[in-house]
Write a protein that binds this ligand. Structure first.
Ligand code: UD1
Length: 338
């Protein structure tokens, strides 16, 4: 079955391409390379031993997307392509709404016109905001987004749910990712942030590699066991496999319009300081870090209840935090020639 993977040259997208092929699907990548590198395609080839069809296109382009869908007889889409820098979304909201919402609407219209039924959408635990009760389940009330980025995920979920409620012939699953970390154990693909990383793990690995002088821990006076923020850090390979499970599940629901949403995390919370400790321990090194002020907009503590995905999709994260930290460092060493 041919699956269009938008954003397939990105961090989560590229790892999902590997898992799709392992599961017998045939992925086709569309990526505008605005936040990814063509070197990812080489890494994929080294893992897979074969080229994956690739088109450098913008998902907002109806004509180009239609061409790809028709040429490859696409039967399902995984839509990763989106901007994801929370801070930038505050200063450039229109860029975020155009790209993240515009491309989703375009994809849905291309799907309708070409009878493509199935879509897996990249949502985020950001839709919960600072939840009152943790771990969050899929029925935990959503909170108003703190940023335009977060709002694009909340709006996108509403668009998808409304489309299915209206009876459009779609089967759609939104996956609410927690914090993806790690890299492919082969070190052929991993996270490739452009410029100064916003996210914790690439900042940690770049500091260990000497690219950044020092990591700043954003706050250690929160109401958490060690005072730093708590997140649910999931290995990107586990996260990638959840997309295969979602596609499989969609094929069991073809008789009527279908929408569902799943938390995709480990079910465990780890603090920022625990991450540093684990990274140092498993890789046998010392990280230069200091405690700094809180980062505005940070949620204090979140992790997910992931039983729904286990029960309904037969999916569960399997890798440990230790494996994530080893794989992230192996990848950083490879790209830094260490
Ligand atoms: C947030 C969103 C997530 C979104 C992601 C996109 C929430 C709960 N999560 O992730 O849905 O997909 O942005 O980028 O809203 N940290 C440091 N020092 C650093 C960098 C980070 O201490 O240099 C800390 C942060 O304060 C935070 C943790 O590390 O507590 C994780 O931060 P980050 O990797 O940026 O992800 P989130 O903010 O959790």
């Amino acid at each position: 079955m041919n699956i269009l993977v938008t954003g397939g040259a990105g961090f989560i997208g590229s790892h999902t391409v590997v898992e799709l092929i392992a599961a017998g699907y045939s992925p086709v990548i569309v990526d505008d390379l605005s936040n990814s590198s063509p070197s990812v395609l080489k890494g994929l080839k080294n893992i897979l031993g074969t080229d994956v069809p690739f088109y450098q296109e913008d998902c907002n382009d109806y004509v180009k997307m239609t061409e790809v869908v028709q040429k490859h007889n696409i039967q399902g889409i995984i839509h990763f392509a989106a901007f994801k820098a929370v801070g930038e979304s505050v200063s450039e909201p229109l860029k975020y709404y155009r790209n993240n919402i515009g491309s989703l609407l375009n994809i849905l219209n291309v799907m309708r016109a070409n009878n493509v039924r199935n879509l897996v959408f990249s949502s985020s635990c950001t839709v919960y905001g600072q939840a009152d009760v943790i771990p969050v389940t899929e029925s935990t009330p959503k909170k108003k987004a703190e940023s335009p980025y977060g709002n694009t995920k909340a709006i996108a979920e509403d668009i998808l749910e409304d489309s299915v409620k209206a009876g459009l012939d779609f089967g759609i699953i939104s996956l609410r990712y927690f914090n993806p970390v790690g890299a492919h154990p082969s070190a052929e693909i991993g996270e490739l942030p452009i410029g100064v990383p916003n996210n914790l793990i690439p900042y940690v690995t770049q500091t260990a590699a000497g690219i950044r002088e020092k990591l700043t821990v954003f706050g250690s006076d929160y109401d958490t066991p060690d005072g730093s923020n708590v997140r649910d850090f999931i290995h990107v390979v586990d996260l990638a496999k959840a997309h295969v499970s979602a596609l499989n599940l969609l094929q069991e629901h073809t008789s009527e319009p279908y929408y569902n949403v799943f938390n995709i995390g480990t079910g465990r919370g780890n603090s920022v300081l625990e991450i540093i400790d684990t990274f140092e321990r498993v890789n046998n090194l010392k990280l230069n870090y200091e405690i700094g002020p809180r980062r505005p907009g940070d949620v204090i503590k979140i992790y997910g209840n992931v039983e729904k995905a286990a029960t309904e999709m037969n999916w569960r994260a399997e890798k440990t935090l230790e494996e994530s930290m080893e794989d992230a460092w192996r990848w950083q060493k490879k790209i830094s020639n260490l």
